[in-house]
Each structure stands twice: as structure tokens, then as C-alpha cells.
Design a protein around this ligand. Sequence first.
Ligand code: DON
Length: 304
Amino acid sequence: MQDILNDIYTTMLSRTDRGQVANYIPQLACVNPEQFAITVALPDGQVFSAGCAETLFSIQSISKVFTLTIALGKLGDAVWSRVGREPSGDPFNSIVQLEHENGKPRNPFINAGAIAVVDAIMMGHQPRETLGEILQFVRFLANDESIGIDEKVAQSELTTGDRNAALAHFMAAYGRMKHPVDQVLGTYFHQCAISMNCLQLAKAGMFLVSDGVNKHTGIRVVSAQRARRINSLMLMCGHYDGSGEFAYRVGLPGKSGVGGGILAVAPGKASIAVWSPGLDSIGNSKLGTEALEMLVQHTGWSIF
Ligand code: DON
């Protein structure tokens, strides 16, 4: 495995077109696009990495997998009255579908859907408490108490968050928000600003590899059925309007973030985290996708 990762790393180093860093969040626009990291965590406890696997980055939309898991734990199937579970076919920050479908976001991974999920898990609590809960859950999943939030990124997003504010207010107009919009948005921006490295992220994804049990800690996080369902959503919706392309090229459930990270799950085989800040035109890590494509070619881990 280490040889495969070294090979991928060397290939990625040679790439000249690395995509564009997210520029609509100023704090993400100043991240050096030359960076690349990959970690593969296996159920038997082995962990392999190449590149800067200990460098922290903003997990952004990857956090939506964790908040969805919390929401399913708290609300069960009632989550699906708040968000759908179909691919959107639209960009992650699109508003168009909301108007046609009664203000109900298509899935929990587009921005509108993730905002609705945060509103659902707040349950009358203050943003600070909800954030504490999200952070505690991520630390528990990764078995790492050091994971925190990059306040600069959160503030950067808050000051440029008009689009997300529009989505939230639009849903509120349909009576779909149970908490004040500014509180929900504040929580959402901070959740997206969680900083992790590839090592931590791969470990946090372990519970999705082995039917809901994190084999590194031996703890069951969710039922086998729930793990399968989260994986199915990641496959169909995890890369927004690029989900079909990702399934075609990589063939694994995956969730991307505009910080350039991708968490991919090879069921029964491995949890994989990749990071390279440059994005393709859809907003998914350009080299991250390419690296996963190479990994799957070498290992045969595609689910298809
Ligand atoms: O709300 C936003 O736009 C960002 N905090 C998250 C978007 C994101 O990561 C989309 N991912 N590819």
C-alpha cells in the first residue's frame, strides 16, 4: 500500500494544472495550491499516508456527513421530512430547485440541505451547544481530542455568506426553519470551518467502512443499515453535480469540500482521505479526484 501511495504522490507532484482554490471564501483563497496529501486507513488498524498528511485544512462540506449522521441519530427517519435524498444535478449553492420543491432541499449535502440539517439538530439549543456537540462527535469518530475550528475561516465565510443567507431565508419563507436564521448560519459556517488533516479525516470515516463499527476503536457508531444508507447518499450526492462523474471515475462513496478535501469510503476495505486545495469547475478537488482514481485502479476497490 505504501508503494501505491508513494507512486500516487509522485504523479501528483508532477501535475501542473492543479485547479483553482476556492476564491469565494477569502480565507481559503490564500491556501497554497501546491499541497497534496493522502491517507488510507484499513480496518485492521494499519494507516498509510503520503504527502503532508498532518497538515490541517478546512473540511468544509465534508462536515455534512458528520452532521447528517448526528441528525439521523437524533431524529431518525424524520430527517427526511426536512431534506430529500436525491441527487440535485445543480451546483452546491444553487437556489433554483428550492422554489420548485416547496423549499425542501433535494439532499443533505448541498448547502441548503446542510443548513436544514443543522436547523434540525439544534433542537432549541444555542449555536455554541450545537457546535460543541458536532465537534465532540467528530473528535469521537477520529479518536482525537485535538480537532478544532478555524475561527478565521468561519468569520471569512460569515462576511461573504450572502448566498447561504439567501438559501436559509428562502427556506424560512416556506416555514422550514425552526431557529433564527442567523443562529443556524453561524452554526453552519463554524461546522464547515472544522480543521482536520488527512490522518484524522481517514480515521473519522472508519465507521462507514465496516457496517457502522469503527474497527480502530471497536465502537459501533451507527447500525449497519444506517452506514449503508449514508454511503449511498455519499455516492449519489457527495460531489453535487459532479457525483455522476466521480462515481464513473472512482466508483466509491465520497464527500468533497471546497477546502480541497475528499473523504472516500471503500466498504469493507478502507477509509481514504485526500487533500489538494485546487478545485475543478464544480468545486471538487481536482488532484484529489485524480489520486482516488489512481488508487482504485491499483487496488480494484471500486464498488462496481
Ligand atoms: O457553504 C459553503 O459554501 C461552504 N462552507 C461549503 C461548500 C462546500 O464545501 C462545497 N464543496 N465542494
